[in-house]
Structure formats: C-alpha cells, structure tokens
Design a protein around this ligand. Structure first.
Ligand code: F6R
Length: 256
C-alpha cells in the first residue's frame, strides 16, 4: 500500500483529482469504479472543474440503497447525477449503478457483476471508508471473498448516514454493494479518508491484521492500493513518519 498523508482534506482531494485526471487522459476508455458519500463530493467538484473528456469512460458505482427510486434525493443515482454525471460529457449508457428497485435483487447483483467483467474489469476503483472500516457497503464480518450482493447496514452506518436524511428512521436497512472480492479485482484501488472519526478505521485497515472486522484491511492483499489521507485520518498510524518520508523522497517519475 502507498500511504500519502496531506496537510488537509483540500490538498488531499486535489491530489486524488490529479490521479483520476491522469488515468482518464492516459486511458480515455478507462473503466472507473466510483463511490458516493461526503468524502467524494469535493473530489467530484474538482473533476467537473477539470473539464476532462469523459466520452470514452465507463463507470460502475459501488453501491445503492435498496428501495429508493433513482430520483429519491438520497439515492446514489441522484447523488451521482447531482455531483458528477449531469456536469460531464459521459454517455448515460456508460454509467452503471445498481438498481435498488430491481424485482429480483440477486438477479440484479449477478447481472451487474457479469456486465462488469464483460467490460474487462475496473482500472481504478475509488473508495471511501466507513468509521467501522467498511468499503462499499461491506460491513464488519463481510466475507473477504464476497461478490455483489444485498447487505444489511449496521446501526452505526445508519447513524453515520442519517446526516443525509431527514431522520435516522428514513435510512434504508438494505443496500446492494459490490463485494470485497469484486473490489479486489480492480487494477488500482484508491482510498480516501479525512477527519479524526476515520483514524481508527484507517489504522486498522493499513496496519492491523487482515480481518473481516475491518473490511478495508482486505486491501492489504491487493498489489496496488493508494491511500490518500489528511493528518487527522492518519493520526493513529504507527508508521506515519515513515509514510511521509517515503512520499517526500519519491522520484519525479513516481509522483502523481
Ligand atoms: C459509498 C461507499 C461508502 C462510503 C463510506 C464513507 O458509495 O461506498 O463506503 O465511502 O461510508 O462515507 P463518507 O465519505 O460519507 O464518510
């Protein structure tokens, strides 16, 4: 894993935006795995401002709430439209987000997985992390080999996400999410985490044992992971000085 610690979320987000921009410029038909949530909002704003050519890009979102229609203000369909897709030149045909209203959720999950492998897999997968270490909506105790499927949110995640809804009761209990096994097949995983409330989950994911009690720790088994943090999210890392030193000493050709 490459751990990059930046002074604040703004600088860290700019770095992530540069990395995404570089990927799209170098591979105009890139397949990107996208995430939602508060961490991604500023990143998508910067990507929109960068006026990249998205016409050849294909995207697959990590997850969606079960039971919310695409035009529901808290659905991830709506989030992605508002934050990114309505502002870039991507063809709607190249946008993939699980259908939370599918008549058969297992069939929807299988079809999503099939479509993803038919495109040749994800070049760059963006990830946030939950305060419990979840990636996508793979909650604690998720199988580290899991595929796309329905999951039940933990009380903690419903509490964390209640800030986007009028009340906690309105946060759905169920979601469709890419599995951890699916995420691990991406060629490059880029995880972003900002703020003190993510510090414990990040320390566990990066330096803890690989365990389903911190699903993001499965990324230790992936050959190419970039973790972009602000100081607050990096606070509990034992080797943070080492990570800083490594990043500062990088040769130019390795820099983002
Ligand atoms: C959402 C997703 C989640 C979030 C995580 C962090 O698509 O995959 O894993 O990335 O819950 O959310 P924020 O950024 O709101 O703290």
């Amino acid at each position: 894993m490459e751990i990059i610690i930046q002074p604040n979320p703004g600088v860290a987000t700019s770095l992530a935006a540069r990395l995404l921009g570089k990927t799209i410029r170098e591979k105009p038909d890139a397949v990107l795995g996208l995430a939602t949530g508060g961490t991604m909002e500023a990143l998508y704003r910067q990507l929109v401002a960068a006026k990249l050519d998205w016409s050849g890009v294909t995207t697959f979102n990590l997850d969606e709430y079960v039971g919310l229609p695409p035009d529901h203000p808290q659905s991830y369909h709506h989030f992605m439209g508002e934050n990114l897709f309505h502002h870039i030149n991507m063809s709607p045909r190249s946008i993939n987000i699980p259908d939370g209203l599918a008549a058969s959720i297992p069939a929807e999950c299988e079809a999503y997985e099939r479509k993803l492998s038919a495109t040749g897999g994800i070049d760059l997968q963006l990830l946030g992390i939950g305060t419990d270490g979840h990636i996508g909506f793979n909650e604690q105790s998720s199988s580290l080999a899991s595929r796309n499927r329905i999951k039940t949110l933990t009380p903690q995640t419903r509490k964390d996400n209640a800030r986007f809804f009028a009340s906690e009761e309105q946060v759905p209990h169920h979601v469709i999410t890419m599995g951890i096994g699916t995420i691990l097949e991406s060629r490059h995983c880029v995880m972003l985490a900002f703020g003190a409330r993510k510090a414990k989950a990040i320390a566990g994911a990066v330096e803890g044992p690989i365990t389903s009690m911190n699903p993001a720790s499965a990324l230790q088994n992936h050959p190419k992971v970039t973790v972009i943090l602000d100081e607050a999210a990096a606070a509990d890392l034992i080797l943070k000085d080492y990570y800083r030193w490594v990043y500062e000493q990088k040769p130019d050709w390795q820099k983002i």
